[in-house]
Design a protein around this ligand. Structure first.
Ligand code: NI
Length: 136
């Protein structure tokens, strides 16, 4: 059985790799490479796998899940400039792909030792673009 919690946060970023030239960055990332950055309203869906506990009827206490999402994603990332304020994006290009991997890396340990397994996450950068990730 799978259960999914959705949250959103807003953050700014610039997709720019300092190892490449300005023209290479513009060719690769287009307007995403603008040095001032720009914002996105990200939507994150976190899917957990497990079985409902016979006493509680729940796979996992969703209050705990909400708190972990707040601590690992919303508090460090909401209304931040990812490149300047959220490591490792001072040295890793904050594409949706890389942001998804980082969110997984932050969240996955929170579910170790709980009845729920982190089955996958989906991160929307826009309504029509998202990345799915389920670990390595
Ligand atoms: Ni962008």
């Amino acid at each position: 059985m799978l259960i999914t919690r959705r949250i959103d946060f807003s953050a700014s970023h610039t997709c720019y790799n300092p190892a490449l030239s300005d023209s290479q960055n513009r060719a690769l990332y287009g307007s995403e490479a603008h040095p001032h950055g720009h914002g996105h309203n990200y939507v994150l869906e976190v899917t957990l796998a497990g079985s409902p506990d016979p006493v509680t009827g729940m796979i996992v206490d969703l209050k705990d899940v909400k708190q972990w999402l707040e601590e690992e994603v919303v508090e460090p990332m909401d209304h931040r400039h990812l490149n300047h304020e959220v490591p490792p994006f001072d040295r890793v290009v904050p594409t949706t792909e890389n942001l998804t991997v980082e969110i997984w890396r932050r969240l996955q340990p929170r579910f170790e030792g709980t009845p729920a397994r982190l089955a996958g996450i989906r991160l929307y950068e826009t309504e029509d673009l998202y990345v799915d990730y389920a670990g390595e």
